[in-house]
Design a protein around this ligand. Structure first.
Ligand code: SF4
Ligand code: SF4
Ligand code: SF4
Length: 352
């Protein structure tokens, strides 16, 4: 019988093969989490174990948790698509697109559906993504907007439980992070999850994602060095209609076609097949709706309950998405799936 696999196998089969999504799931489920044994090295953009350490025998929680070792199984769900805009003036002032994510989370916090939200903010200094557990409206609002460089968001699951003692929280993340949590929830429970982190995530909000970019290459090389932009001045970054825009307040500092930054996309993103975060209660993005609006896909009965509650209580305004918007989203889903499969096949043929 084949022995249990461990971090060494994760390195060989996933990380060194350029498949790691940097979701942070392996770090959060590491048996020796309390000792900081496994962490993400952001300069190398990969999970690493502390130098000179060896894993205990018969462990391997990290390996079996990883969504890139084996994808979780997708269950049948609903797919209701809406065009959404926030009705909250404070959120409108800081949000990207229609502000749907922040508004849904604000509703979930206010109604005590969740005690906190795991989401990502950027540091004031260098635009580095930081995983945060937002427990109130003001800290939530600081996390508004999409970040385009990686954050190991699943480590926030461990923070929410171990540091904040939360029993019920929302998780906001990219499709890979949602599938990593699904593995934690299904595969991990009782067998490969040392800390039983599964089931405390009450609400999963997934973000449409075409890819994440290496921080070093996008921020330091492209934005700062090539375009001479002072990173400290950046207040917002947005990709829409295949254009990257960087702002300092109302001033646009940079506008560039995303084809210019294609080479900076992380290798792990090139094999990714999920555009809309299929393992979410609610998925949110900006494709398929006019500027200033969010596209929302309700995927589960619980997601529908939260979404309808947020509409009824006046947090958001929603109408069914235009058929052409739904068609665009389906087309992008298909394109990403096909591109991910093609890249995997290309790598298998050794054409890296
Ligand atoms: S989960 Fe176990 S095998 Fe994986 S890094 Fe942690 S100690 Fe090592
Ligand atoms: S994809 Fe996620 S779980 Fe897998 S090795 Fe990378 S960070 Fe760890
Ligand atoms: S492209 Fe895929 S792997 Fe990359 S950040 Fe998005 S969901 Fe994760």
């Amino acid at each position: 019988m084949e022995g249990k696999k461990d971090f060494g196998d994760l390195v060989r089969e996933v990380i060194d093969k350029g498949k790691c999504a940097l979701c942070g799931g392996c770090v959060a489920t590491c048996k020796l989490l309390d000792y900081g044994y496994l962490s993400v090295d952001f300069s190398e953009e990969r999970p690493v174990i502390r130098e000179g350490q060896r894993c205990p025998p018969d462990c391997g929680y990290c390996y079996y948790q990883c969504p890139r070792v084996e994808k979780p199984e997708l269950k049948e769900g609903i797919e209701e698509m809406y065009e959404v805009v926030t009705r909250d003036e404070e959120i409108k002032a800081v949000c990207q697109d229609g502000g749907a994510v922040t508004s849904l989370l604000a509703y979930a916090l206010d109604e005590r559906i969740v005690e906190g939200c795991i989401t990502v903010a950027v540091s004031d200094k260098d635009w580095k993504p930081e995983v945060r557990v937002a427990m109130d409206r003001s800290s939530l609002i600081k996390t508004a907007g999409t970040k385009y460089t990686p954050a190991a968001t699943l480590t926030g699951v461990a923070d929410a439980i171990l540091d904040h003692d939360l029993w019920s929280f929302a998780l906001v993340g990219t499709p890979c992070q949602m599938s990593s949590y699904e593995k934690m929830l299904t595969v991990g429970r009782d067998t490969h999850n040392a800390h039983d982190f599964s089931s405390r995530v009450r609400l999963r909000i997934g973000l449409f994602c075409k890819g994440s970019y290496s921080y070093e290459k996008l921020i330091n090389d492209f934005i700062a060095a090539r375009h001479g932009i002072n990173i400290n001045e950046i207040t917002k970054m947005q990709i829409s209609e295949n254009v990257l825009r960087v702002y300092a307040g109302a001033e646009e500092l940079l506008s560039a076609e995303i084809s210019e930054i294609e080479d900076y996309k992380r290798d792990g993103c090139k094999v990714c097949e999920d555009f809309t975060a299929l393992f979410s209660d609610i998925s949110v993005g900006n494709n398929g709706t006019p500027e200033g609006k969010s596209s929302v896909i309700v995927r589960t009965d619980f997601g529908k309950e939260v979404f309808e509650g947020a509409v009824e209580r006046g947090y958001i305004e929603a109408k069914p998405i235009d058929p052409s918007g739904a068609e665009l989203i389906h087309r992008l889903m298909k394109q990403k799936k096909e591109a991910g499969i093609a890249e995997k096949e290309r790598r298998m043929r050794g054409q890296k």
